[in-house]
Design a protein around this ligand. Structure first.
Ligand SMILES: [Zn+2]
Length: 511
């Protein structure tokens, strides 16, 4: 069996409580798995030897929530709340769908950025509205297979018209405009489940690294029968049920307005909260929500950077953890972030929760953040037995960082350096399932220069067309800004806008 021996490295296993202390030693990889960790390990003559002196070896990071659909929109938007940003990043009046060649480049770009920044596993809630087509989903799987990354990939679904998923929308948006936005019949629960079954048959388990996940977009965007059908399917196939819940103040008002209760309680009553459930965001949860989530054993993905970029708010992460929720970290899509780096999210999350109040004991420690970025993410992806820590028998999903760098010099506390001083560019080597997929900051499985060349050549025309789509949607912006403003004004919590300013035509800083 093919062996790799990493020799004489500083090893941080993040395995249990002792794993937070680094130790100098070797890591022996056999095939796809870690065979042994310790001093002076022996390997066969044919083994690939990687000198680890001056290098840190640690588990690959898990990006537990992202959307590859946004990867070409990096650096495109700012100063927009979610409800307005969605109008441009996922336009209501759609343009032509992205073609398959660009879809491939877009997915490969996300995988490249991720692997170079130490992310070995990602959960991609891929949105391809209005389509659910196996060959297009297959293009995303194919790009990840080419890059060598480990991933859960969905085809995210919604089947409630946008205006029915927002509070006040039918009052705020004039009737003639409403008619322009109401598209044909939405996908039924049965049709989506049939599609998922075909996707599971076609892609789940591919290359030993890729899995399908079931991703109903959000409780207010999916019918009850779609949510329960998705959950049953996820449990039957041991797949994640991946859902956005309570990201913004508008959504905090949405539950009481549409269902007479919080969106978490609504999901609980539907019976779709459980071990398979991953909740992205969870910013606007209350104490009763958190108790329900903890009892159900759900995971929460904390998207600290995205939540700040879209002004969504700050998730009560410490209280969620105390309630028994598993904490994972996500970048969210590259348009609301604008990177795919979990190092950035760890650092921002650490800094953010230091501002949560004067009780320093409740702030997040670097070790907790590292655990959220590794085993927490793996657990949310239902992969805690596969990856998320370095242990014999687990997959060899390993990153190596150069310690001979300002970020680690002089060394004080490795976890704190990793969270507060390091970034993705300190990652020198990335190994997934025992295969070196990035070494010396170069991808090993494909020609990355050609990838960038193709993007430079083909993507500007796509972005130009997208600018036209944005302009066609721009007249809707005041209505969505007003929905957001009304929701914020009607929310009973402490977060309020100053005064009830009349609706203004705003320039949302489009390019
Ligand atoms: Zn998201």
């Amino acid at each position: 069996m093919k062996q790799i021996l990493i020799r004489g490295a500083t090893v941080l296993t993040l395995n249990g409580t002792n794993g937070t202390q680094p130790a100098v030693g070797d890591v022996l990889i056999e095939g796809t798995q870690i065979a042994a960790i310790g001093p002076d390990l022996e390997a066969s003559n044919e083994a690939l030897i990687i000198e680890g002196h001056g290098k840190l070896v640690m588990p690959g990071l898990v990006n537990a929530h992202t959307h590859s659909s946004e990867t070409f929109f990096r650096g495109r938007y700012e100063k927009m709340p979610l409800e307005v940003w969605l109008l441009y990043a996922y336009p209501l009046l759609m343009g032509p769908v992205i073609d398959k060649e660009l879809l491939h480049l877009r997915s490969l770009l996300l995988a490249t950025e991720s692997l170079k920044a130490g992310v070995t596993t990602l959960s991609d809630c891929f949105f391809d509205p209005p389509r659910h087509e196996l060959d297009r989903l297959g293009t995303v799987f194919g790009a990840y297979e080419l890059a060598g990354i480990r991933a859960n990939v969905s085809s995210g679904v919604m089947n409630i018209p946008t205006l029915d998923a927002l509070p006040f929308a039918r009052d705020v948006v004039p009737t003639d405009i409403q008619q322009q936005l109401d598209f044909g019949p939405p996908i039924t629960a049965r049709a989506y489940v049939d599609y998922c079954r075909s996707a599971i048959d076609a892609f789940d388990g591919r290359s030993g690294r890729l899995r399908f996940m079931v991703a109903p977009s959000a409780p207010q965007r999916c019918t009850a029968d779609l949510l329960t059908a998705c959950f049953e399917l996820a449990v039957a196939h041991d797949l994640p049920f991946h859902c956005h819940v309570l990201e913004t103040i508008t959504q905090a008002v949405t539950g009481p307005e549409l269902y007479g209760r919080s969106l978490i309680r609504y999901l609980d009553e539907l019976g779709v909260l459980g071990r398979n459930t991953t909740i992205a965001h969870s910013v606007w949860v209350d104490d009763a929500d958190m108790a329900v989530m903890g009892a159900a054993g759900v995971s929460v993905v904390h998207n600290a950077v995205s939540n700040l970029k879209l002004g969504a708010g700050v998730a009560p992460v410490r209280r969620l953890m105390e309630a028994g929720v598993t904490l994972a970290l996500g970048t969210d899509g590259v348009s609301s972030n604008d990177t795919a780096s979990i190092f950035d999210v760890m650092r921002v999350a650490g800094l953010l929760h230091g501002a949560s109040g004067p009780d320093a004991d409740s702030w997040l420690s670097s070790v907790e953040l590292l655990q959220a970025a590794t085993i927490g993410g793996a657990s949310s992806a239902l992969m805690e037995d596969v990856c998320g820590s370095l242990e014999p028998g687990k997959a060899a999903d390993i990153i190596m960082l150069d310690l001979q760098d300002c970020a680690f010099t002089p060394m004080n506390d490795i976890a704190r350096h990793l969270v507060y001083a390091a970034n993705g560019s300190n990652v020198d080597t990335t190994i997934v399932a025992g295969e070196v997929v990035m070494r010396g900051r170069r991808m090993t499985r494909f020609d990355e220069d050609a990838l960038f060349e193709e993007i430079r050549e083909h993507v500007p025309a796509y972005l130009k067309a997208h600018t036209e789509v944005e302009q066609r949607n721009r007249f809707l912006e005041p209505y969505f800004a007003e929905i957001h403003r009304r929701a914020a004004a009607s929310h009973s919590g402490v977060y309020r806008y100053a005064g009830d300013a009349p609706l203004r035509q705003k320039n949302w800083q489009l390019r």
